[in-house]
Design a protein around this ligand. Structure first.
Ligand code: UFG
Length: 325
């Protein structure tokens, strides 16, 4: 297939581009490099540009007969979305509309969308299935839910088939050590704890140890980026075969607390990890764990790297060996 990967220079997008190239597909990456890295997109052909540029989109779709589009480009910091919602709605919703309209104009009918567990809001059950109510509590989650909803309308009106993949906490790195996570600023737990291990940071702040969880810290469902890539390609194949749209939760089904992640980093890196317990972070639910049975059943998807030490080991290799690009 010939696939357009929007946001293919970012963390998850770049791993996807490599995964698709390895599977023998031709990949064009569209990325404005606002947060992505030019070098990370090297397994595809990079077109530097923005979804706001309709002329660019038209010429891209005219020059290439794409079989499908995967869309990873979005702002994804919950805290930032609370203080600057317009940035999130403009980029995550309005720009996505430009992309969808270009697809409709050029007759491209298969779309894989990066959605998020943040569309669910505060969890009302131990594990979150696709049937869980979607009531986001921040503009980031709201922006992703808006796209999920408008995709239903685009299916009805234009026959545009989509799969929305709701990631829980993406983690880990390319097992071959060629790609990894590098955000600036970094806000995610695993890379931050690894920066403590490598000496780039003094200590990690644990945001609250008084939650109603066994050790008092928040529990999250960390899912290896390679397992996410596997799910994307399976979702695309399923969508093309069934000619249906679908919504899937992608997680490990296992939760790990902040203290368990810190312990894992200690085990894997053999470094001490100083920490301090600070106030809770606003908007953090105590526990967020996926029920991914639907994706397993429908897509035939099974996680390969569900062990947190493996995720940490892959991310540690990247932290030690990558030059910051
Ligand atoms: N945490 C700390 N200290 C830190 C950073 C994080 O204790 O310095 C804790 C958080 O409180 C949370 C856990 O580690 O309990 C994981 O936090 P991350 O910031 O790594 O990830 P989030 O769970 O906040 O966010 C992730 C994605 C979001 C998505 C959300 C869905 O990064 O894009 O899951 O719930 F919206």
């Amino acid at each position: 297939m010939k696939i357009l990967v929007v946001g293919g220079a970012g963390y998850i997008g770049a791993h996807m581009v490599k995964w698709l190239a390895r599977a023998g597909h031709e990949v064009i990456v569209l990325d404005n490099l606002s947060t992505g890295h030019r070098d990370a997109a090297r397994y595809g052909s990079l077109v530097e540009g923005d979804l706001a540029d309709e002329w660019l989109l038209d010429s891209l779709f005219k020059d290439n007969q794409f079989d499908a589009v995967m869309h990873f480009a979005a702002f994804s910091l919950v805290g930032e979305s609370m203080v600057d919602p317009g940035k999130y709605y403009r980029n995550n919703v309005a720009a996505t509309l430009n992309l969808l309209d270009a697809m409709v104009r050029h007759g491209v009918r298969h779309f894989v969308f990066s959605s998020t567990a943040a569309t669910f809001g505060s969890p009302q059950s131990e594990r979150i299935t696709e049937a869980h109510p979607q009531q986001p509590i921040n503009p980031y989650g709201q922006s992703k839910l808006m796209v999920e909803r408008l995709l239903e309308d685009y299916d009805r009106a234009h026959g545009l088939k989509s799969t929305c993949l709701r990631y829980f906490n993406a983690a880990g790195a390319d097992p071959e050590g060629e790609l990894g996570e590098s955000h600036n600023p970094e806000t995610h737990l695993i890379p931050l704890v690894l920066q403590v291990a490598s000496g780039r940071r003094d200590r990690i702040s644990v945001f609250g140890d008084d939650y109603d969880t066994p050790d008092g810290s928040c529990i999250r469902d960390y899912i290896h980026v390679q397992d996410l890539c596997d799910a994307h390609l399976k979702a695309l194949d399923w969508m093309r075969l069934s000619e249906r749209s679908g919504r899937f939760n992608l997680g490990n089904g296992k939760g790990f607390s902040v203290f368990e992640v810190i312990d894992s980093v200690r085990r894997v890196t053999e470094h001490s990890i100083p920490y301090e317990v600070t106030d809770r972070r606003r908007g953090d639910p105590a526990r967020l764990v996926a029920d991914a049975a639907f994706a397993q059943e429908v897509l035939g998807w099974q996680t390969k790297y569900s062990d947190v030490d493996t995720m940490v080991a892959h991310a540690w290799w990247w932290e030690k060996n990558s030059i910051v690009i």
